[in-house]
Design a protein around this ligand. Structure first.
Ligand code: KG4
Ligand code: ZN
Length: 418
């Protein structure tokens, strides 16, 4: 089955095509194409994602990204003669209705679609939440319009996918299980054939129950995964998400958005200082000893702010020491809560996913601490941050569960597992 997937929940416009086979226990995925277009540079001047700008950029970029994805997945697929009849009058009216709030997208859609052959797609998976609602709507409406135009007597259904389930599923395309030294590629290479080959996955399965630590710009949660489709939040942040705090601390240090990778780079520098400077900075580890599995990061953020008010960081070295201690505080909190979650749940697999799982120090410390006692799955570096491939995989798992696809898919900004 070939799945086209669309992800627009935040500031990445992403589409992929995946060929999926197998059953719920043993699945195989072949990545035909996977493209992620990041808007990060545009949002950088606002210091975070600006929702209406994200929506506008998705509207503007979905058709060009689709075009590239189709070329990558199926080769040049230009129709010899534009197939304007593909869009019958009644379809045209429906499409205009579906995309009425996205005039720019509608215009590009009607220009591009008739020039190509209908691709061999069976299902369309799309993120419907959680995320920024205006951004989610663009992806959902685009999915609906494609389904409308490409459905013949055989319908091409739209499968709504939970973005966080996508992050969990992002660990499935692993070539080297348990090999933390697996090559990391530059995200810019996401489009090249080397990565496509690398992500051509063989059988993928994991042992349940699993515990998933999901860490991103909007979420910090520990989730019990009893099986695919059966999720329970064991604990979550009571205030800021960890990625958000990485971004805010980076801003305090005058580093560009997104701040996570910048903090990570600086903290690495501090760790590699020769001779090593003893880091005398000491930030709190909020809720590290609380009996539950919840998190709190706003106190840590404020501690960094107060520290900077007292001791403004001027040099890169001063900034790097702050980044190092901040990252260590985050890691120590994670290690403690993961340990508790594994003990409580009897998990056989530990999943760490979401944008912040791209952090090398967080990855290596979790592997060092738990690698001997439990199977740890962390996505390939380029699948940690938002992408459409994980949405295709989660979509396939949902199709296998024979979940009913609702007629009227709506964006759900606050969608949650519980
Ligand atoms: O999952 P994601 O791409 O988008 C959301 O669903 O939110 O996560 C984005 C977050 C941002 O806050 C970004 O700063 C953070 O992931 N991030 C990192 C790193 N790379 C991305 N945080 C820490 N270290 C990194 N290397
Ligand atoms: Zn995400």
């Amino acid at each position: 089955m070939k799945i086209l997937s669309i992800e627009t929940s935040c500031d990445e416009t992403a589409i992929s095509i995946v060929e999926a086979k197998g059953n719920i226990k043993n699945h195989q995925f072949k990545v035909l194409s996977n493209i992620t277009l990041s808007q990060a540079k545009l949002h950088a001047k606002y210091g975070g994602v600006f929702p209406s700008l994200a929506k506008r950029e998705h509207s503007r970029n979905l058709v060009p990204v689709l075009q590239k994805v189709l070329e990558q997945g199926f080769g040049k697929h230009k129709s010899q003669t534009p197939n304007y009849r593909q869009i019958t009058n009644s379809k045209l009216q429906k499409i205009k209705q579906i995309l009425k709030r996205e005039p720019e997208l509608l215009e590009q859609f009607l220009e591009f679609i008739p020039t190509i052959k209908k691709p061999a797609i069976d299902k369309i998976a799309v993120t419907y939440g959680p995320g920024l609602e205006p951004a989610l709507w663009v992806g959902i409406n685009f999915a609906k319009a494609l389904s409308e135009v490409w459905s013949t007597t055989k319908r091409i259904p739209v499968v709504p996918v939970n973005h966080m389930e996508g992050h969990i599923a992002s660990v499935l395309p692993l070539q080297n299980r348990g090999n933390s030294k697996s090559e990391t590629l530059n995200p810019k290479q996401t489009q090249n054939s080397k990565l496509k080959k690398k992500l051509e996955i063989r059988d993928s399965s994991l042992e349940f129950p699993a515990v998933a630590l999901l860490i991103s710009g909007g979420h910090t949660e520990l989730v019990l995964v009893k099986e695919w489709g059966d999720y329970k939040i064991l604990g979550q942040t009571r205030d800021d998400a960890v990625g958000e705090v990485f971004d805010k601390v980076a801003r305090m240090l005058d580093l560009p958005y997104p701040g996570g990778p910048e903090i990570s780079r600086l903290a690495d520098q501090a760790r590699n200082l020769k001779p090593k400077i003893k880091n005398l900075i000491n930030f709190p580890r909020p809720m590290i000893n609380s009996p539950d599995l919840d998190f709190s990061f706003s106190g840590l953020k404020t501690a960094v702010l107060y520290h900077l008010q007292k001791y403004p960081a001027k040099t890169t070295e001063e900034k790097s020491l702050i980044a190092e201690e901040f990252e260590l505080a985050v890691v120590e909190i994670f290690l403690r809560k993961i340990k508790k979650a594994i003990e409580q749940s009897g998990a056989k697999t530990l999943i760490v996913a979401g944008g912040v799982s791209a952090n090398k120090f967080i990855r290596s410390e979790i592997e060092r601490k738990f690698g001997k006692e439990i199977e740890i799955l962390i996505p390939e570096f380029e699948l940690s941050t938002d992408n459409a491939l994980m949405i295709a995989i989660a979509g396939y798992l949902k199709i296998l569960r024979k979940s009913k696809t609702p007629k009227n898919i709506k964006a759900e900004g606050n969608l949650s597992f519980n």
